[in-house]
Design a protein around this ligand. Structure first.
Ligand SMILES: *Cc1c(COP(=O)(O)O)cnc(C)c1O
Length: 366
């Protein structure tokens, strides 16, 4: 008899709408006879997202990394130091480097895992231009304190809100904070358009600049400014529009899975995410162990059962090999060695979740 092959479980799995619904959009694309360059579906999705987020100015672009680069560029930041967090996906730092700026790392708060706002002032120099902070796993940064510091020193604030879609803070979308916020709509994120992202601006001047630089920096034959190609296609917008309809359900299912983890897992490794001002989005389920050895042991036990969580985020970005000067960030370096994100996606089965918890609890207690 053939041995039954167990299906692998990864940290995430892209949500796919019923294929028929995507096909209906394909027909619309063929009918409109326009496949890119700000077609009707991109416009429709932009308008839906503006309403959903409560944004005045929003541009859909082809990924979240270029969104960060456009944010820096549109704010006129093409050199100097950017205060940022070491605890994020590498794209937060690479966007800064790609825009020829220097990342200056400020260590994180051990509870929120976001940049520690009380340590920002000490890192400001005459070359500091902006603060680029991340709402890690959808948990808000200390947006009030960051705004206060930015105003005091005349700095711009950019939020990498790649994890923050659907989060509200004080009854407003978390993506409406800062001079510019960005989001990623990559296939691995809770809302996606295969590849994509958006830039959200507060100011009409920044909005106009984004409009120009996202498509090569020219109006017809009039070349005004250095631009890039950050456009997303109608096919990507179609996926976004299909998925948008399922948002409520996506949040509901992710909440249910997260609560099951809360109930089943050894309490000491769970990270509480609730806060009275915040409505969270259940974008990730991180667990924190007491030491790296234990994390590695548990990772190994899970891998043996074809379960593959991810070490988000590891390594701490201040240790990237291609950085010139390495600054120490002890809290981020410590947490990045001990944190693991567990599988969390629509379609993950209750039995599999319980099995994951059993393996973790067993390995944890031994
Ligand atoms: C995913 C992610 C990005 C990059 O988004 P892409 O759309 O994949 O380019 C940036 N920052 C953070 C924190 C992310 O998780």
């Amino acid at each position: 008899m053939k041995k039954l092959h167990k299906k692998s479980i990864y940290v995430t799995k892209s949500f796919l709408p019923p294929i028929k619904e995507y096909q209906e959009y394909l027909s619309k694309i063929w009918h409109a006879d326009k496949i890119t360059n700000q077609g009707p579906l991109i416009k429709e999705l932009e308008s839906k997202l503006c309403t959903y987020i409560g944004a005045d100015y929003l541009h859909i672009v082809n990924n979240g990394t270029i969104a960060l680069q456009l944010a820096l560029n549109a704010l006129g930041i093409t050199e100097g130091e950017i205060i940022t967090t070491p605890f994020s996906y590498v794209a937060t730092t690479s966007a800064i480097l790609w825009e020829r700026c220097k990342p200056v790392y400020v260590d994180i708060d051990s509870k929120t895992l976001c940049i520690d706002a009380s340590k920002i002032e000490a890192a400001i120099t005459e070359n500091t231009r902006a603060i680029l902070a991340v709402h890690v796993f959808g948990v808000p940064c200390d947006v009030e304190k960051i705004e206060e510091i930015a105003n005091k020193y005349g700095l711009k604030v950019i939020y990498d809100g790649a994890h923050a879609f659907g989060v509200t803070y004080k009854n407003k979308s978390l993506l409406s904070y800062g001079d510019v916020s960005i989001c990623s709509f990559h296939a691995t994120k809770l809302f996606h358009m295969v590849e994509g992202g958006c830039v959200i601006a507060k100011d009409s001047f920044i909005d106009e600049k984004l409009e120009l630089i996202k498509r090569f920096g020219h109006h017809g034959d009039e070349h005004c400014i250095l631009g890039i190609n950050a456009k997303a296609s109608e096919f990507h917008a179609a996926m976004g529009l299909c998925n948008f309809k399922y948002l409520k359900n996506i949040f509901k299912i992710r909440k249910k899975i997260s609560e099951l983890y809360d109930d089943e897992l050894n309490e000491s490794i769970c990270i509480p995410q609730t806060d009275k001002d915040t409505e969270i989005n259940y974008s990730y389920y991180p667990v924190l162990f007491d030491k790296e050895d234990r994390l590695l042991k548990i990772l190994n036990a899970l891998n043996k059962e074809s379960i593959y969580p991810r070490r988000y985020f590891y390594p701490s970005l201040n240790l990237l090999p291609y950085l010139n000067d390495k600054k120490k960030c002890p809290i981020s370096e410590d947490i990045s060695k001990r944190i693991l994100c567990l599988p969390l996606y629509v379609g993950l089965k209750e039995d599999d979740i319980k099995n994951i918890c059993r393996i973790i609890n067993n390995a944890y207690e031994n």
